[in-house]
Design a protein around this ligand. Structure first.
Ligand SMILES: [Zn+2]
Length: 291
């Protein structure tokens, strides 16, 4: 696999630490009723968008409600190129995401569910396993409890889970997946290489936080003085996605504090000439500083 060893200073250290968050727990904006009314007023469509509403964890539902979700029709889902099959409760699926609701026509886009069957052949069966656990139990495994030699594998599976959640519209699980991915990389001391980064830029929109994350990882790898990696390692990714190149360079600028380089229009007049050092040269421009 193309993943590479992480430097001494883990990238996770750049995230705000917990003490900071708790120290500021005195709310600047107390969640009062007026605020809530105002935000509902400002975003009236949100009231009807189930995906936007914070929901109860599935494990905390009443027995009655949970039993309702586990009755009714079954949806057959075929995942991955081999079409690995799961038969899951449609009420439960639509409780989590409207993606699984075949009654409502999604504006313009062709329906993906036909005759209680759904094809997800571009998704990963291993990632789907994690999704199934979350759908029924409201949580996924925590990488911190795993032995070190499987942490990276699990992290990479969480990357695929993230992409799967993008497809089926589960933003809450996306956040858990990216957290597990970061923690897994950190605890394994490994980060994704160019090959593992490619699918992110193929499958996520430009605003995706996962793009931000992997471009920062690539930037850090490139800038690490102790690493043999330079931008050449990511050539294929740059070719495949100019967005990736732009994000990486911007991440370098941001991460390095934007230091100003020496002015390339100043200095030694032979710097850009095509001749050996010390060779006879007929300069065309007179430079003030001949250093
Ligand atoms: Zn010269």
């Amino acid at each position: 696999m193309g993943h590479t060893s992480l430097g001494v200073d883990p990238f996770v250290s750049q995230t705000p630490s917990t003490p900071y968050a708790t120290a500021n727990s005195t709310p600047f904006n107390p969640p009062n009723t007026l605020d809530r009314i105002y935000s509902t007023y400002r975003h009236p469509r949100r009231r009807h968008s189930e995906a936007q509403m914070p929901r109860e964890n599935i494990g905390d539902l009443s027995a009655k409600k949970f039993a309702e979700l586990l009755s009714g029709p079954i949806l057959d889902i075929f995942v991955g190129p081999e079409g690995r099959q799961w038969s899951l409760h449609q009420n439960l699926l639509t409780h989590h995401s409207r993606f699984f609701d075949d009654s409502g026509l999604v504006n313009g886009t062709p329906k993906r569910i036909k005759d209680n069957k759904l094809d997800l052949k571009d998704e990963d069966p291993g990632a789907f396993e994690l999704l199934v656990k979350w759908l029924y139990q409201g949580k996924i495994d925590d990488v911190s409890w795993m032995p070190k030699d499987v942490k990276w594998e699990y992290a990479f599976k969480c990357q695929k889970l993230y992409l799967l959640c993008d497809t089926v519209g589960l933003s809450e699980l996306k956040n858990q997946a990216i957290d597990q991915f970061r923690r897994g990389c950190h605890e394994a001391g490994l980060v994704p290489g160019p090959d593992e980064m490619k699918p992110i830029y193929e499958k996520t929109p430009p605003s995706s936080p996962f793009r931000k994350l992997v471009s920062k990882i690539a930037a850090r790898q490139i800038m690490d003085p102790g690493s043999e990696k330079d931008a050449t390692s990511y050539r294929e990714c740059f070719v495949q996605s100019p967005d990736f190149a732009v994000d990486v360079i911007n991440a370098i600028k941001e991460g390095s504090g934007g230091s100003l380089f020496d002015d390339p229009t100043e200095g030694n007049g032979c710097r850009y000439h095509e001749h050996e050092d010390g060779e006879n040269c007929h300069k065309t421009v007179k430079f003030k500083d001949m250093s």
